[in-house]
Design a protein around this ligand. Structure first.
Ligand code: 2F8
Ligand code: CA
Length: 124
């Protein structure tokens, strides 16, 4: 599989990383991925999650419970079935947190407010 210039191949998927110091909200991050011909990344295995997590301190991925509180699904429409991806105590919907970010240090997910500005990862 060939990836566009500037994208990285891992496990037969192409990934684009926004880089640090370039934060956007979850929706604006998703729009950037759409503009690039992809969508937010959907790392469904631990090795993919590790790969996606390591470019930046915090990275938005394509996972939210925006359509139904407490029901987490990937932007491709499938449900999250690996609950071990969450950091201990997450998701806690602290305040109102409907979008998932992965932390580089723990390679674990946290639900965060969708309007927070984080780096992001796209996938084709
Ligand atoms: O302790 C975990 C907790 O940390 C922060 O809240 C204090 C995070 N908030 C934001 O990222 C805005 C929570 O999402 C997280 O659960
Ligand atoms: Ca949280």
């Amino acid at each position: 599989k060939n990836c566009p210039s500037g994208w990285s191949l891992f496990n037969n998927q192409c990934y684009y990383f926004s880089g640090s110091g370039n934060g956007k909200s979850w929706q604006d991050s998703r729009q950037d991925c759409w503009n690039r011909g992809g969508d937010l990344a959907t790392p469904k295995t631990k090795s993919e999650l590790t790969f996606v997590s390591k470019r930046n301190t915090f990275t938005w991925i394509g996972l939210s419970d925006l359509s139904q509180e407490g029901v987490w699904h990937w932007v491709d429409g499938t449900n999250l079935d690996n609950q071990s991806f969450w950091k201990k105590g997450e998701p806690n919907n602290s305040g109102d947190e409907d979008c998932a970010e992965v932390a580089a240090d723990t390679v674990k997910l946290n639900d965060a407010p969708c309007n927070r500005q984080f780096s992001w990862a796209c996938q084709i």
